[in-house]
Design a protein around this ligand. Structure first.
Ligand code: NFS
Ligand code: SF4
Length: 667
């Protein structure tokens, strides 16, 4: 037993049942997790690093800057604001680079598919044609593969474009937003170029004016959102199918005692899809049987998990913070990893068990792991080699513990097309009903809960924010590890409507959708950009994204990608709330993010600490937008109507006002 580990000093409370149960088992007693490492380190994070004022950009330093102290500027004279802005810009560049390299692989896989190489096919022809229009590709009388090949090649060229023309996908943004980007001269050009320019401008002695640095940070991040991430989402959908609602399960309980358990951890769905296909083939199943297993059980970890959850209903075993716990079950034969968000510690944890960590991407190797390179042109061959290695481990499995009751039902697959169809019906699919329900006040607004989980706040942070939002009639969109954690909390399910306020509940009941919509992985935040744009286009909610009663949060952000995402949301006009930002050591620059950006983009970064404060701030921002749109009074009427209907004996048809508190809200 190791129950004291549930409460380590210096880290927040663990509330997750599966994590607690696994860590309490004897087989896990030698497992060292991030929680232990936080405790053992026994020192708090460096203040200069936390505040963004440590500079290592040249060899006269490193320089630790103290804002406002004359002698504590850089040797080169750089101020706290310059240093923090440069660091922030570089975070945006790193996040963008990660999404971009991922997207490039997807585009290359798409081109191979169009050429008939590999195991995949062009599945969503409707979306293919929509994208053809965006890229100006002729579709009349042409074969789907021919169209796909031309789109694929144009998309690939978008990464390395050298002229000053905007990225193709940016023309999907609301017209007013595009005018703003043009005026500010931040239309993203080739995505690779924007990353390079960001790195160049933050090199010693180049851009020393934080407003100007942030213009490039915006351009670079917009290249991520409206370029790389959007390309990845759209082409992946066309290849593997645009997600539609489906039932699935999440949490460690999805592992199976009598099967070969293989977790796919990382980000690129090409490998995961190949594994899904190969795991169904007769020879692999026969091999598993021969090893004494009843079958092969694939489960996801992190965003690869979300990709196959959305499109295939394959369970997600764990989000980011649970990757070590998944291994500590002792029930996993192989953890197959590719790129991003893989903790180096997993190889160490695996040593206590029969588990192999299999790296598959030449970009990402790890000590104490096995490398099997995933070859795109022989995808099934590579996948089978990986499966064989895992199957061979099954016999070596010792004691294991699967927290069986932690297996949560979820309904996932809310692509922007699904939302369109669900609300408007397949034949009249449109965002009209969503807009109307926002205008009439049943839905107060939209709150996106996205991004990572980490060890800085309690592991039920996403849940607490979501509960507060839906209780107050805010429709929640979720992606990434946040969506996994909301799934674990039982909120990504139609059953969760009982926790929704009366207005939201009425809409969800009528449509049959959960109050928290799982929209996919982190690259799929691009779906939110498209959904927001469609809402603008539909009319009645202003003429730019910055007018919408909508806001996003990544309360437990960990990865640099989350900052790039935050910056492309803000530059697209959507406000975001984070728990903390690495800019507090530079007062003026920090204020620019929190206030000054409003003048530039009509949106800002917000910081609030703790789930309740974050939710409160999100609702306040949503209400302010409603007021600016002049639709705040409608909501009061709707709530009044509902109260009347209840008083007239409508019973509990719409919900219990006592548990919502929404009707008491002052607008
Ligand atoms: Ni997003 Fe997804 Fe998770 Fe964060 Fe990592 S897996 S791409 S970066 S930790 S949400
Ligand atoms: Fe110090 Fe300036 Fe060099 Fe940064 S660039 S390490 S602030 S001298």
């Amino acid at each position: 037993m190791a129950s004291s580990r549930n409460q380590c000093e210096g880290c927040p409370e663990i509330t997750c049942i599966s994590t607690k149960e696994v860590l309490q088992q004897d087989i896990a007693k030698n497992v060292v997790t991030a929680y232990d490492r936080i405790q053992r380190r026994g020192m708090s994070a460096c203040l200069f690093g936390s505040g963004g004022t440590c500079c290592r950009h040249c060899n006269m330093g490193p320089c630790q800057i103290i804002d406002g102290v004359e002698d504590m500027i850089g040797i080169c004279g750089a101020t706290a604001d310059t240093v923090a802005a440069r660091n922030f810009g570089r975070i945006c560049a790193a996040g963008t680079a990660a999404h971009t390299d991922h997207a490039r692989e997807m585009v290359k896989g798409f081109i191979a598919t169009a050429k008939g190489e590999g195991p995949h096919e062009i599945k969503d022809v409707r979306k293919l044609h929509q994208l053809a229009e965006v890229f100006g590709v002729e579709t009349e009388g042409r074969d789907k593969n021919e169209i796909a090949l031309e789109i694929g090649e144009l998309a690939l060229a978008d990464f390395g474009k050298q002229d000053d023309e905007p990225l193709t996908m940016t023309k999907r943004a609301p017209a007013k937003r595009q005018e703003l980007w043009k005026r500010l001269n931040i239309f993203p050009r080739g995505v690779d170029r924007e990353v390079v320019e960001m790195m160049h401008r933050t090199h010693m002695g180049v851009d020393q004016e934080y407003h100007n640095i942030m213009l490039q940070a915006s351009r670079c991040s917009l290249g991520d959102g409206w370029g790389s991430s959007m390309l990845s989402t759209e082409l992946t959908d066309i290849m593997f199918g645009t997600p539609v609602p489906r039932r699935a399960i999440v949490d460690l309980g999805c592992l199976k005692e009598d099967q070969v358990n293989i977790t796919v951890h990382g980000h690129e769905p090409l490998l995961a899809e190949a594994l899904c296909l190969a795991a169904q083939e007769e020879d692999m199943l026969a091999l598993a049987k021969k090893a004494g297993a009843k079958g092969i059980n694939l489960a996801g970890v992190c965003c690869t998990g979300n990709e196959i959850l959305m499109r295939r209903g394959i369970p997600v075993a764990a989000g980011f913070v649970q990757q070590e716990m998944a291994l500590a079950t002792g029930a996993i034969e192989a953890m197959v990893v590719d790129v991003q968000c893989i903790m180096q510690s997993v190889a160490e944890v695996a040593k206590s068990f029969h588990t192999d960590i299999i790296t598959t991407n030449y970009r990402a190797k790890m000590p104490d792991s096995v490398h099997i390179q995933f070859e795109e042109h022989d995808a099934i061959g590579s996948a089978k080699e990986i499966l064989k290695k895992a199957i061979a481990n099954y016999k070596k499995r010792g004691d294991c513990f699967i927290p069986e009751e932690t297996k949560l039902d979820v309904v996932v697959g809310f692509s922007h097309e699904t939302i369109n169809n669900m609300l408007g019906g397949t034949f009249r699919s449109s965002y009209r009903p969503l807009n109307d329900n926002i205008i009439n006040g049943r839905i107060r607004g939209v709150g996106a809960i996205v991004g990572c989980d980490n060890y800085k706040l309690a592991d039920d942070t996403h849940e607490r924010i979501a509960r507060e939002l839906i209780k107050n009639d805010v429709l929640v969109l979720a992606t990434g590890c946040a969506a996994t954690s909301l799934g674990r909390a039982g909120l990504v399910s139609p059953h969760a409507i009982e926790h929704a306020g009366p207005g939201l509940r009425e809409v969800c009941e009528a449509v049959g959708m959960p109050p928290v919509l799982h929209m996919g992985s982190c690259v799929d935040n691009s779906r939110i950009l498209i959904a927001a744009t469609e809402m603008v286009r539909e009319g009645g909610l202003g003429d730019d994204i910055s007018d919408l009663p909508a806001i996003g949060t990544a309360p437990l952000w960990m990865s640099e990608k989350a900052i790039a995402i935050g910056q492309y949301f803000v530059a697209s006009g959507a406000q975001v709330v984070f728990n903390n930002l690495p800019t507090t050591g530079a007062k003026e620059f920090n204020n620019y993010l929190l206030e000054g950006m409003m003048d530039t983009y009509g949106a800002v970064w917000n910081v609030a600490s703790g789930p309740e404060e974050i939710a409160k701030l999100m609702i306040e921002r949503i209400d302010a937008k409603r007021k600016a749109l002049g639709i705040d009074k409608q909501r009061e009427r709707v709530l009044f109507d509902m109260a009347m209907r209840r008083d007239l004996g409508g019973g509990k048809a719409i919900g219990d006002a006592g548990c919502t508190g929404a009707s008491h809200h002052e607008s």
